[in-house]
Design a protein. Structure first.
Length: 304
């Protein structure tokens, strides 16, 4: 005989359960919602990268101990900026913000490492008064970048930088003196459109003198490290301009494939190299996880 469960006491696990209206998504509804979420996230990310992050100037502070820096220059304050790309999606208020930030730092030395324009020297004209308004007791120095040569504008760019009070160094140098001691600021020609010549640039500089190198393309550091430079400052890479978590920079231009952003030590001498993320944008008017950068260095002598 089969045992028949008494009504009301048996298992109901196999009984069909009523489904509440809307409690399950159809495949089509799931896909539509997924696409809508992805599109919304994409729009928000695009708006952030286009309208917000390019305005968020990041002031980065670095203290470096330089064994060969003379004691008279101990705690030397150097401001470094790069890659303004004036003329490409430039917002004047961004440059005004940069200039105000530089003034607040009251640097003793100002260094610019190229690409003041994106493609036309004429784009500089309205910014010359702003660039001229920043001052430093030891001077303002600049080198040209690859964009500064576009359209044959290298000479025009150099002239306009000089009008703004910068000394443009192209395979040349300048000695800075303080308290009977000296250091050298050296600038090289652009690597992609010029002919960098470290030997010519260092002419007259004793090998044991502290020398600060300005060079637009950071990957040139492999060559620069063969010479007695104490620190190389570069730009060019924009830090990749668009960076993703875990992946980092999606793309960087020739001349910044190896060194992209921040501090490195290069060659047997472990020459310090710093790569600035730049101020402006090029090709695409966006920045993502890669804010524009103003770098403030405090250089310290090893003998304290």
């Amino acid at each position: 005989m089969k045992n028949t469960p008494h009504p009301g006491t048996g298992s109901r696990q196999d009984a069909a359960q009523p489904e509440l209206p809307g409690s399950r998504l159809t495949r089509r509804q799931f896909l539509k919602r997924g696409v809508a979420l992805a599109a919304g996230a994409g729009l928000l990310t695009g708006a952030y990268a286009w309208l917000w992050e390019p305005q968020q100037l990041d002031t980065v502070y670095r203290t470096l101990v330089c064994p060969r820096l003379p004691t008279a220059f101990h705690n030397l304050k150097v401001v470094h900026f790069s890659d303004a790309h004036l003329g490409f999606h430039t917002r004047k208020k961004h440059i005004e913000h940069l200039i105000a930030a530089i003034r607040r730092e009251a640097p003793e030395l100002i260094c610019f490492t190229g690409d003041i324009i994106d493609s036309s020297a004429e784009a500089m004209n309205e910014y010359i008064p702003l660039l001229a308004s920043i001052e430093a007791p030891l001077g303002k120095f600049a080198v040209l970048g690859n964009h500064d040569f576009w359209g044959g504008s290298g000479k025009d760019v150099s002239h306009k930088l000089q009008v703004a009070g910068f000394r443009v160094l192209q395979n040349s140098s300048q000695l800075l003196n303080r308290g009977g001691q000296s250091i050298a600021v050296v600038g090289l020609d652009d690597w992609l459109h010029g002919f960098p010549d470290p030997q010519k640039a260092r002419a007259g500089i004793p090998d044991d003198m502290f020398s600060l190198l300005l060079m637009h393309e950071p990957d040139y550091a492999g060559n620069a490290a063969l010479f007695p430079f104490d620190l190389q400052l570069s730009g060019h890479s924009h830090g990749g301009q668009v960076r993703l978590p875990l992946l980092g920079a999606l793309m960087t231009p020739p001349g910044s494939k190896r060194y992209v952003m921040g501090m490195y030590e290069v060659g047997e001498r472990r020459m310090p190299l710093y790569v600035n993320r730049g101020i402006g944008e090029t090709h695409l008017p966006v920045r993502l996880l890669c804010k524009p950068e103003l770098t403030v260095f405090t250089l310290q002598s090893d003998a304290r």
